[in-house]
Design a protein around this ligand. Structure first.
Ligand code: PLP
Length: 410
């Protein structure tokens, strides 16, 4: 098969189906470089523009409806516009917002999170997962009075903390990073050989890096070596906290010194959190001699605080969480079985999975074939299931995937 020709045909067919989105893309590109303000949302030839979203579905401005398998890169665990969250936010707005003062809802959220995650003895809020990781790293270096930050190849801890497999990201913050291979026990020597290593930050399952789970041995050994050397272990649970009611730390049986959160825990609103051992977080407590301060106009904004407390206390049911993760495991296995013969494969854990291809044109073809069949996933193959995705949705994705592979091979 001529893959270049097939991709060109898929793009042309998509462009013909989406004239309104095409027009909006032209308009957007005259005021936003690339036509967007979140680079990952772009795909060729141009992304569709959403007109409305409800439950498991997105409807675009050209009238197509997609089942949303992307789930806002894990932030959309509760599906689109759950009424209970919308009602709570509207009610809270009625008693004032942009308060510029403390209030009780932020305490409730902190209590809910500290009760949920074993490593979280004290917590503070930010506006994004990126900011939470920046704060955690800064706090850990202040605590240890060291300069080295251990990270892993393929890791993504935010737009300015991005570690691919090649050259370092031009927008990364200028910490002294020591990069080691992920899930490689021998590679850990590279980190711990550094005499000024202050902290190590790790995802239990690399999300943006392709949904690659670490082995239990790797995380236990990393945790053991951090403890032995007095290095602060930061577990980035921005995505993985959804993998069990107690997060990935419970699945893996580790207890990091610090952890970060974000995404779905904000109930769909802008959110991040960092925290951990009270001794470390005490650097923010002037009464305990701490000298660190945390700024952020919107850290305790009433919209996020309300959406998050409502989501966690009313929607984040343990059984539903276990079920969405079981459903993800089933979907990953069945898609992988179907796609393997065609040069694609699927990795992940629970409700986070990624379709990979040795040739990126194949992945582009798969992505466009699924769009044409009414399924939205990330262009890079990422899928994050929401509570609104049911077995019937997964089965239809599976059937359409099998049909596509059949056509590709035929
Ligand atoms: C593991 C991980 N950490 C941090 C972030 C950054 O979060 P945010 O996009 O809220 O800044 C992400 C976002 O995808 C992530 O996947």
């Amino acid at each position: 098969m001529d893959l270049d020709l097939a991709v060109a045909q898929a793009h042309q067919a998509y462009a013909e189906r989406n004239p309104r989105s095409a027009e909006l893309h032209r308009r957007a590109s005259t005021v936003m470089p690339g036509g967007n303000t979140r680079s990952v949302l772009h795909f060729e030839p141009f992304p569709f523009r959403v007109a409305s979203a409800a439950g498991a579905e997105l409807t675009d401005v050209d009238g197509h409806t997609y089942v949303d398998f992307l789930g806002n890169y894990t932030a959309g665990l509760f599906g689109h516009s759950p009424k209970v969250i919308a009602d709570a936010v509207v009610e809270a707005l009625g008693s004032g917002f942009a308060l510029g003062a403390t209030h009780a809802t932020e305490i409730e959220l902190a209590e809910l999170l500290c009760a949920r995650f074993d490593a979280l003895e004290r917590v503070r809020f930010t506006n994004s997962g990126t900011e939470a990781n920046l704060m955690a790293i800064g706090t850990a270096l202040h605590h240890t009075q060291k300069t080295g930050v251990g990270v892993f190849e393929g890791a993504y801890h935010g737009g300015v903390l991005s570690f691919g497999h090649g050259a370092s990201h031009p927008l990364n913050v200028p910490h002294r990073f020591i990069v080691a291979p992920f899930d490689d026990l021998d590679g850990l020597d590279r980190l711990f050989a550094d005499s000024d290593l202050g902290c190590v930050i790790v995802e239990a399952v690399q999300g943006a890096g392709g949904c690659i789970p670490a082995s239990h041995e790797f995380l236990s050994e990393l945790s053991r070596r951090c403890e032995k050397s007095g290095t602060v272990l930061i577990l980035d649970e921005v995505m993985t906290s959804r993998l069990s009611p107690g997060g990935a730390q419970r699945l893996y049986g580790i207890r990091p010194d610090m952890m970060t959160l974000g995404k779905y825990l904000g109930g769909g609103m802008t959110f991040g959190a960092f925290g951990g051992r009270s001794e470390i977080m005490a650097h923010f407590d002037s009464a305990a001699g701490g000298v660190l301060t945390q700024a952020g106009t919107f850290n305790n904004n009433i919209v996020t605080m309300t959406a998050a407390t409502t989501a966690i206390s009313q929607l984040l049911d343990d059984d539903r969480l276990e079920e969405v993760n079981r459903r993800g495991d089933r979907l990953r296995r069945s898609l992988d079985e179907t796609l393997r013969g065609g040069g694609l494969w699927v990795t992940g854990r629970g409700s986070m999975l990624t379709v990979h291809a040795a040739d990126d044109r194949l992945l582009d073809l798969y992505f466009h074939a699924m769009l044409a069949a009414g399924h939205y996933l990330a262009r890079r193959g990422f899928i994050a299931l929401s509570f609104e995705i049911e077995d019937a949705h997964s089965e239809r994705l599976q059937t359409d995937t099998a049909d596509w592979i059949g056509r590709l091979e035929g």
